[in-house]
Design a protein around this ligand. Structure first.
Ligand SMILES: [Zn+2]
Ligand SMILES: [Zn+2]
Length: 445
């Protein structure tokens, strides 16, 4: 069939607006809108048959019920719904009423077209409204992970009303704002600060308990609701959420150190995820300063950068080795020679560690195997030493020293045949095993 015959078949189904006439042949001739295709077909048929040219307004179209004439008005409402939000990328989706989808199908069937000829109405709306939104906002259309996603529900407004008034109710547009991410590294300069907030185990963060005279402050947490006064998360989160004008935030750390261990050196990578952000590009230097001022020395952050969604997985999954500095106390005095020999034995050793006794008992017991990459130290007194360890991620360092009643093998205690205890522990570096955490593709600028 020629294109003119195709057009005659389509026109014979009933009054069709230009967009609905052009849509079943949308795969022909790139660079035209369906409306332009339809108008050209109608003109061609009128010329070929020497009949008067008569256009059909969308309001009279049997297929789209007027909706093909509402793209401008929908786009305007979408743009209004996005006002006040900062975004670089967007995506648009449309809910098409089943009746219109059925008409679109019947049009092809009646005209003898294949069921999937041209493009579906839904895709036309997405493209046409999307293009207008892009032009009005300067944002880029993105399918994968847009900053904002707008969903238009055609059934939420009446196309005939819109064709008259030129407006679409904002109930028809739902805007979903995807999270934004800030990457950084934290140092913990004081002990007894957990990484994430730790609700009181007695009152479950309520801060209250039931006494003889009714509700009273929880005695376990002094009414604070928390096991510790603060946490890295509580220090960082409010400032980032505020700077991005978000609803809430989630802290993602690249592993965690023990509550009583400090985190020194260049710090530990983390990502703060902000839900429903209205701002996506806060001044990170300013943000860093505000966090550090408020943390008053207990915690420091540095290297803050705007990150992509992928950075969350990066900090959580990227294999990292750790450097530690441990103060160790021995039950019996030991000699310099024995100390050096034990360290030499541990250097490069493959350590088998059964889940430590101090670790959460809900965690499955298993034996893990980890490598001690390097170890050295100084015997400060016969019963006191400083030990520096570079170990594979997941190595339990306190148990490498103590032996954990034989559950870790080999261990410093086992090799020296005396009790050895870590009295203070610092993590001095967290480094990616194969490559650094900070790779440009994970950042937004
Ligand atoms: Zn139509
Ligand atoms: Zn409590």
């Amino acid at each position: 069939m020629t294109i003119t015959e195709d057009a005659r078949e389509l026109l014979a189904t009933g009054p069709l607006c230009d967009a609905c006439l052009g849509r079943p042949v949308a795969d022909r001739s790139f660079g035209l809108t369906n409306e332009e295709r339809g108008r050209a077909l109608r003109t061609t048929v009128a010329l070929a048959d020497d009949e008067p040219y008569e256009s059909v307004d969308p309001v009279d179209c049997w297929v789209c019920d007027g909706y093909a004439g509402t793209f401008d008005a929908i786009a305007e409402t979408v743009v209004e719904s996005l006002a006040g939000l900062e975004f670089d990328t967007y995506q648009l989706g449309t809910k098409v009423p089943p009746l219109i989808e059925e008409n679109d199908r019947l049009l092809r069937e009646d005209a003898g077209f294949a069921e999937d000829a041209g493009e579906p109405f839904k895709r036309e709306v997405n493209r046409e409204v999307g293009r207008r939104v892009g032009e009005a906002t300067g944002a880029t259309f993105e399918v994968e992970r847009p900053d904002v996603l707008c969903v238009v529900d055609l059934a939420a407004f009446d196309a005939f009303d819109t064709l008259e008034t030129g407006t679409v109710t904002d109930h028809a547009v739902d805007v979903q704002v995807n999270p934004a991410f800030v990457y950084g590294r934290y140092r913990k300069l004081e002990r007894d600060v957990p990484q994430t907030e730790w609700p009181c185990r007695e009152c479950g963060a309520e801060g209250t308990q039931l006494g003889p005279d009714g509700e009273e402050p929880c005695t376990y947490c002094d009414g604070s609701g928390y096991m510790y006064e603060t946490s890295i998360e509580q220090v960082v989160r409010p400032h980032v959420v505020e700077a991005m004008e978000g609803e809430e935030g989630t802290f993602h750390g690249a592993g965690r150190e023990d509550v009583d261990a400090r985190m020194l050196g260049d710090g530990r990578p983390f990502v703060l995820e902000v839900k429903q952000p209205r701002r996506r590009t806060p001044d990170v230097d300013d943000l860093e300063e505000r966090i550090n001022d408020a943390a008053a020395g207990a915690v420091e952050v540095e290297g803050l950068r705007l990150a992509t969604y992928e950075m969350v997985e990066r900090v959580k999954e990227h294999d990292a080795s750790k450097h530690y500095e441990a103060d160790v106390a021995f039950a019996d005095p030991i000699t310099e020679d024995a100390f050096d020999a034990a360290l030499a034995e541990l250097e490069g050793a493959t350590v088998e560690q059964y889940t430590p006794q101090r670790v959460d008992h809900r965690r499955a017991n298993l034996t893990r195997t980890r490598t001690v990459y390097a170890v050295d130290g100084d015997l400060l007194e016969p019963t006191r030493a400083e030990v520096r360890i570079h170990g594979e991620g997941g190595l339990y360092v306190k148990e490498l020293i103590s032996g954990d009643d034989g559950r870790t093998e080999p261990s410093l205690a086992g090799l020296l045949e005396t009790e050895a205890t870590v009295t203070a522990l610092d993590v001095t570096a967290v480094e990616g095993e194969d490559e650094p955490f900070e790779v440009d593709s994970y950042f937004r600028e």
